[in-house]
Design a protein around this ligand. Structure first.
Ligand SMILES: [Cu+2]
Length: 124
């Protein structure tokens, strides 16, 4: 009886790994943002606005996975699209970094979730 239950869980786990949106279960793929970085969660950037000096590399870290490493994580894809065209590309984990070498205001949003998921970098 116990062995049967284990087998069922193991098979469910295998199917969970096969889906494109489910991450490997051996480790948690959420990435804590570095100091001064921005966390990408469902569906908000934290902090949404940030001011940095010219020459700063700002890093975004994806924390859009829910669930746990045993039963499988489901990770939601987000991207960062700046008004000037720079983009992170669509990703459901990992990080993205952009260096701002010119002063100005750089609004951005996630094209999947629209204006509700947006932020802005002010460079001075
Ligand atoms: Cu999004």
């Amino acid at each position: 009886m116990l062995k049967q239950a284990f087998t069922t869980v193991a098979i469910a786990g295998l199917f969970g790994c096969g889906g494109g949106s489910t991450s490997p279960m051996t480790q948690n793929v959420n990435t804590p943002p570095p100091p001064g970085g921005i966390s990408v969660t469902n569906n908000v950037f934290t902090p949404a606005s940030k001011t940095v000096p010219v020459g700063t590399a700002v890093q975004w870290a994806w924390n859009s996975c829910t669930g746990d490493v045993y039963s499988g994580q489901t990770c939601v894809s987000h991207n960062i699209v700046f008004d000037d065209g720079a983009t992170s590309g669509l990703q459901d984990h990992g990080s993205y970094s952009r260096t701002f070498s010119v002063a100005g205001t750089y609004p951005y949003h996630c094209s999947v979730h629209g204006p509700a998921m947006s932020g802005s970098i002010t460079v001075n």
